[in-house]
Design a protein around this ligand. Structure first.
Ligand code: PEP
Ligand code: MN
Length: 263
């Protein structure tokens, strides 16, 4: 069902009234984790200024260590919803438990399935039964084929509104947090009709190369990019080393627009 052979036209995902994919380029931005209403509001204001409509933020955080910040849970989703409504934005947030899917639909416009859960098949099935578009991230050790099968789980359960996100894979290379598989972008575009995103934050794990990486992603045919923005990354409760602050985000947006790759 996700194959372009069966369905040659690009799928346009509708996030409310906002189209994603085909001839649009979409930016998804926001903090790694929701930490407070004020924090989310500062980022939301920056998005609004840039004419960006999709606000991300993690409320349920799948952390490597059980002692790391696990996210604000439902309260985090409520903050996202309130702030998004205030600035006329759409909410995208990760859900980790199939049992939370119905609850999440009250607060989010897009359900994110994270890299660590790309092969959580019960979660994929629950997302397939949901009435919200899904932002599916590639597992850190998943092949392109496994990634497409994960999307197939969702679409085959009745939800055709799926966006794919390449977020880097595990290799021996240490100078980036993950290795961005840039070739996955044209391959996914060729194999599938679904919109394809590149996460320039988690794939690189560093701030200094985000602009060339974003350029490369868009030039390779990505329909959009995702990045993490925090009012004060140095005190962030997760991913403090890689989020960019608001002035840097504005600079990034100006520079990426100058390339003509995004409107
Ligand atoms: C995220 O985007 O919030 C995230 C946790 O990324 P990933 O699942 O790709 O590691
Ligand atoms: Mn993060």
């Amino acid at each position: 069902l996700v194959s372009r052979k069966r369905h040659p036209e690009d799928t346009v995902v509708h996030v409310g009234e906002i189209p994603v994919g085909h001839d649009t380029k979409t930016i998804v931005a926001g903090p790694c984790s929701v930490e407070s209403e004020d924090q989310v509001r500062q980022v939301a204001q920056a998005l609004r200024k840039q004419g960006i409509s999709l606000l991300r933020g993690g409320a349920f955080k799948p952390r490597t260590s059980p002692y790391d910040f696990q996210g604000m849970g439902i309260e985090g989703l409520q903050i996202l919803r309130r702030v998004a409504d205030e600035f006329d934005l759409k909410v995208i947030s990760e859900i980790v438990n199939p049992a939370d899917m119905e609850m999440a639909e009250q607060y989010v416009d897009v359900i994110q399935i994270g890299a660590r859960n790309m092969q959580n098949f019960e979660l994929l099935k629950a997302a397939g039964a949901a009435s919200r578009p899904v932002f599916l991230k590639r597992g850190m050790s998943a092949t392109v084929e496994e990634f497409l099968f994960a999307a197939e789980y969702i679409v085959s359960r009745g939800n055709s509104q799926v966006m794919l996100c390449e977020r880097g894979i595990r290799t021996y290379e240490k100078w980036t947090r993950n290795t961005l598989d840039i070739s996955a972008v044209p391959i996914l575009k060729q194999e599938s009709h679904l919109p394809v995103f590149v996460d320039i934050t988690h794939s690189t794990g560093r701030r200094d190369i985000q602009l060339p990486v974003a350029r490369a992603a868009l030039a390779a045919g990505a329909d959009g990019i995702m990045l993490e923005v925090h009012p004060d990354p140095s005190v962030a409760l997760s991913d403090a080393n890689q989020q960019i602050d608001i002035p840097r985000f504005h600079t990034f947006m100006e520079e990426i627009r100058q390339t003509g790759l995004v409107a």
